[in-house]
Write a protein that binds this ligand. Structure first.
Ligand SMILES: CCNC(=O)c1c(-c2ccccc2)csc1NC(=O)CNCCc1c[nH]c2ccccc12
Length: 331
């Protein structure tokens, strides 16, 4: 089988995150979930949440689904690097994404979410697409939607075609040749950390020379920005008038009117250029003349992250075969 569903930016002005419609249970309950290759829990706003923690989100009510089953004695709790998190209990139920159905998928129902999820009213939960070793359900960890679907897929892959300020797609089980140009460059994935970790071959700032250097990083659809080693990031912002690394704003900021260079990264012999517009992430506060960069240092993160700002400059194939690989193509 295959599936195909839209990845819609949650904000009209900046690509903070993308959500995809997912139907849960019987009769179908449709939620807008953030597909996240940087984590491995499928969790949702649920009827178990205090109403004080819900601000307009859709919720999944397992007791309204005839096919929901409590996973007795199991719980989950997740904290992300930005300090946000959630926790709760677990049901299994049917989950459908773009025509692809998984029966008895673990659905982690939130009983508590952090304030940043409460205030993000366009995100009703996450669908983890990382490796199932990262799943937080205890005492028995659960498989991701992709891992459960894999044996029924025409090919054990999913692809991300994220776009700048417009809807893209997530495809499951097939590679749509109409979504990319030229060849797909595949590189090995180290799944030991549980992420889609792959080697990049180097970078260039604007029209400058390409610097060959092997950079290990993760392909993370659930993180908005790109986090790279400080040496690379300072080389980039040296080319931006008025850029500073702001302690108060927690990263590199610059005058919104500044001209930004592009940023090119390598995957094997292939080169992908992130347009300047993608690298002007957003004003630090609505209407401010100071803007926050889409490229930030990974020194406080611990790993390099190729988030949405980079992913939307390419067509990306997450190949869950044995061994796993990741493919990058121009579009
Ligand atoms: C900023 C979100 N990303 C992270 O925290 C993260 C880190 C990380 C670790 C330490 C410090 C900063 C980041 C490593 S891998 C990684 N990736 C993920 O954790 C992927 N899942 C993010 C889910 C997520 C967290 N806060 C949100 C707010 C809106 C939509 C999605 C989210």
């Amino acid at each position: 089988g295959t599936g195909s569903a839209a990845a819609v930016p949650i904000n009209a002005d900046f690509d903070i995150a993308y959500v995809t419609p997912v139907t849960l249970g019987t009769p179908p309950q449709t939620l807008q979930l953030d597909f996240d290759s940087g984590s491995s829990d499928l969790w949702v706003f649920s009827s178990h949440l205090p109403t004080s923690q819900i601000r307009g989100q859709q919720i999944y009510a397992p007791n309204k689904s005839s096919t929901a089953k409590l996973l007795d004695g199991h719980s989950w709790s997740i904290t992300y690097g930005d300090g946000s998190g959630s926790r709760g209990n677990v049901y299994t139920d049917n989950v459908t994404v773009g025509g692809l159905t998984v029966g008895s998928q673990a659905i982690e129902c939130a009983q508590q979410v952090s304030s940043s999820f409460t205030t993000e009213d366009h995100i009703d939960g996450l669908v983890g697409l990382g490796f199932s070793t990262l799943n937080t359900v205890s005492p028995k960890s659960q498989l991701t939607f992709f891992d459960n679907a894999k044996s029924n897929l025409d090919s054990p892959v999913f692809t991300a075609d994220l776009k700048y300020k417009q809807a893209g797609t997530y495809d499951f089980g097939f590679i749509d040749e109409a979504k990319y140009t030229g060849e797909i460059t595949y590189v090995p994935v180290n799944s030991d950390p549980g992420y889609w970790t792959f080697p990049s071959s180097g970078y260039a700032v604007g029209s400058g020379n390409f610097t060959a250097s092997s950079i290990s990083g993760i392909a993370d659809t659930g993180t908005s920005l790109v986090y790279l080693p400080t040496a690379i990031v300072t080389a980039y912002y040296r080319q931006v008038q008025g850029a500073t690394n702001s302690r108060s704003y927690g990263g590199y900021v610059f005058p919104c009117a500044s001209t930004l260079p592009t940023f090119t990264f390598g995957v094997g012999a292939a080169r992908f250029t992130i347009p300047a517009a993608y690298l002007n992430y957003a004003p630090v506060t609505p209407g401010s003349a100071t803007c926050f960069g889409g490229l930030q240092s990974s020194s406080g993160v611990g790993i390099n992250i190729w988030g949405d700002v980079a992913l939307k400059a390419a067509f990306v194939v997450f190949n869950g075969g044995n061994p796993p690989t990741i493919g990058w193509a121009a579009k």
